[in-house]
Design a protein around this ligand. Structure first.
Ligand code: ZN
Length: 457
């Protein structure tokens, strides 16, 4: 898959490579540009980013009430990247407190349709986010770049075992698709793809994989760990995956090593967030990550706000250069990471040598199953505004719901919230609600919205 080629176009008059619809054509153009810019020097990338940044800041000062106030003294024309690093940081709590005033009141028509979503993000504090047609197109382009970097053979079968709140795709059947879906199906005639809800029991997941024998697997790191542990315990073999792709959690060097030694396969990871889309992709040659500088500016700072040195861990700040609907400028996402030296692969895109994303533990159900917990916080927000929440499983049947709220819930509201939580967790747990003024980070520096204190076996 080293060349962009289409096997699907029917427009003979247009020379190959081809795509069959306007979305694909727009993506193809973007991919060509990304193919060039990945090899730009740091200076070339910085120049391109500064221009995008100036465009973004000029726009938000006019159209976002929050930034109009924040940047009232800023002369955008004289801005450089050094001055940029002196601008105020947008914390998660600021984003939450100013959720409406941050949004631009109008979005350029060329950016396409505005859509809204709600997220619990990395810190358990729910916020509403807006995105545009443009941000979706950029997401698709970087998604394609990721396939191309890792030279996936799209004619093969791919399987995904991921959490979904709506109980679809449970074992033993899962859900089956004729191709790999968008955007890659706009470029290639792909093989089939299959989905299983990671809420399914681990034994059932293994059986499902053995039946389908997929070449590619995508799953959560802790689910992958559970699959490998169970296959070793029962002395059964998982299919010979060409590659395992991880999503949604921190990947450790130990897990990479386990995948190499136990599965004789490679592990590919990427770093993305609901708020900003793709942030960094794993290098095609090495285990570290390249910042997607065409779309985001990533900074790593100390507690006092100064920039970290290479290999010095610090707080990750992300500026989304493309989102004019909910602009995120120097947004503190809640993850920690560190920069590394420029990569030998020749790409000028900065290197993130480590990302310490949050670890979301698995929920233990009294049936013996383990699953990815879902909380139903959107429904809870309809009962009462939650500033922050955290769910702790103390015992097999005992759950604590920690809340940060402006006003304590009434007994009736508490009962409603407990019911929503139990319905979403999938078991009638005994739930205790406790109230807090602030929910602290874990010792590793990460906020975990779910912690199971039951030892993982
Ligand atoms: Zn590289």
């Amino acid at each position: 898959m080293s060349e962009y080629q289409s096997t699907k176009s029917t427009i003979d008059a247009v020379p190959k490579p081809l795509v069959e619809n306007s979305n694909g054509a727009a993506l193809y153009g973007l991919l060509q540009q990304l193919n060039t810019s990945q090899f730009w020097t740091a200076e070339q990338l910085a120049k391109g980013q500064l221009q995008q940044l100036k465009n973004l800041l000029s726009y938000v000062i006019l159209h976002s009430p929050y930034y109009k106030n924040q940047f009232s003294d800023l002369d955008v024309n004289s801005l450089d990247l050094a001055l940029f690093t002196k601008l105020p940081v947008l914390s998660r709590s600021s984003l939450q407190a100013n959720n409406d005033s941050i949004d631009c009141t109008v979005v350029p028509a060329a950016h396409g349709k505005v859509t809204e979503s709600m997220t619990s993000g990395s810190t358990g504090a729910p916020v509403e986010l807006r995105a545009t047609g443009l941000t979706a197109t950029i997401w698709n382009a970087i998604n394609m770049r990721e396939h191309i970097w890792h030279k996936r053979d799209a004619t093969q079968t791919s399987a995904s075992i991921r959490w979904s709140a709506n109980q679809t795709g449970m074992a033993p059947e899962g859900t089956h698709f004729n191709d790999w879906g968008s955007p890659i199906n706009q470029f290639y005639q792909t093989g089939r793809s299959h989905y299983l809800n990671s809420g399914s029991d681990i034994s059932a997941q293994i059986k499902w994989l053995q039946q389908l024998q997929p070449s590619y697997l995508m799953t959560h790191p802790s689910n992958l760990r559970a699959l490998i542990d169970e296959s070793l315990r029962r002395d059964i073999e998982l299919p010979p995956f060409k590659e395992v792709r991880c999503v949604g959690e921190n990947v450790t060097a130990q897990l990479r090593q386990t995948v190499r030694s136990q599965l004789n396969s490679s592990l590919v990871d990427f770093y993305s967030s609901e708020e900003t889309g793709y942030v960094a992709l794993q290098c095609p040659l090495l285990d570290h990550y390249h910042v997607q500088s065409e779309s985001v500016i990533v900074e790593i700072v100390r507690d006092d706000g100064s920039a970290c040195n290479l290999h010095e861990p610090g707080r990750i700040l992300i500026t989304s250069l493309r989102n004019y609907a909910t602009p995120l400028i120097r947004y503190e996402i809640g993850d920690y990471g560190e920069f590394g030296e420029p990569c030998d692969c020749g790409r000028g895109l900065p290197v993130l040598s480590r990302i310490n994303g949050r670890v979301r533990n698995m929920l233990h159900l009294p049936s013996g199953n383990k699953s990815w917990p879902n909380f139903g916080f959107r429904k809870m927000m309809e009962i009462t505004p939650l500033r922050q929440f955290q769910v702790v499983q103390h015992e097999l049947e005992k759950i604590e719901l920690k809340l940060v709220v402006d006003e304590k819930l009434s007994p009736q509201q508490e009962a409603q919230v407990k019911k929503i939580l139990c319905d979403n967790l999938g078991y009638p747990f005994t739930v205790n609600i406790s109230y807090h003024s602030f929910l602290a980070r874990s010792s590793g520096g990460k906020f975990e919205d779910f912690i199971s204190l039951i030892e993982h076996g």
